[in-house]
Write a protein that binds this ligand. Structure first.
Ligand code: HEC
Length: 186
């Protein structure tokens, strides 16, 4: 093969691989939006219905994991989506080593003032699976159930459901966790 042909084909292969990664990234973002969007709009509706947050807290407790399962049932069999965090509330959402690494990298970037929302989405390829991560930050609306002055009624609800809760006493702007889509080679 001539050198010029080799260079052109290598470049083309590189471009194809890059395009594939971009497509997988977009697909993952779609699944992240399905889960994130559904939970967000349900949470907002429950908060509007009952501003104390009690109805919303019950909703998260009773429905967050079943909604996650329902959304996963709609995805192609090679894909899944879930939420996790370093400080977790529901132990079923426990992070693995790769999740930990990605979340610690977000925290480090924020501490070093290198975090930029425009490259918030991280793509990690590992063992034939591409993971797409979106960070979730603590907003005002989250403080009712994850902040430093959670009402006693909500505290009781949380303690009953999650005796080992770690997702409390957080401040606005803290990394709350991530939504991660996983796409297997297919
Ligand atoms: C009304 C109470 C309430 C509010 C407000 C709330 N959460 Fe939660 N959150 C919960 C409960 C309860 C769980 C545990 C759900 C479960 O069992 O899966 C939870 C779980 C999570 C999880 C899954 C990881 C884990 O720790 O188990 C993430 C991520 C999360 N919340 C992020 C947020 C963000 C971001 C906001 C603000 C936009 C928010 N929450 C607002 C009650 C709340």
């Amino acid at each position: 093969m001539k050198l010029s042909t080799l260079i052109i084909s290598t470049t083309l292969l590189g471009a194809v691989a890059w395009a594939q990664t971009l497509t997988i990234k977009q697909e993952g973002i779609g699944y992240i939006k399905m889960l994130g969007g559904t939970l967000k709009s349900e949470l907002q509706a429950k908060m509007k219905e009952d501003p104390t947050g009690i109805t919303a807290a019950k909703f998260c407790k009773e429905r967050a994991s079943s909604i996650t399962k329902e959304i996963n049932a709609k995805l192609p069999e090679y894909a899944s989506v879930r939420r996790t965090a370093l400080k977790i509330r529901n132990k079923d959402n426990k992070a693995d080593a790769t999740d930990d690494k990605v979340m610690n990298a977000y925290i480090k970037a924020i501490e070093e003032k290198k975090y930029s929302p425009k490259d918030a989405i991280k793509v990690v390829e590992e063992g034939g699976i591409t993971r797409i991560y979106k960070p979730l930050f603590v907003q005002k609306a989250c403080l009712k159930c994850h902040g430093t002055s959670v009402s006693p009624k909500i505290i009781t609800l949380i303690k009953e459901g999650y005796p080992d809760d770690k997702a409390i006493d957080l401040f606005e702007g803290d990394l709350r966790g991530v939504i991660v889509a996983e796409i297997k080679k297919h």
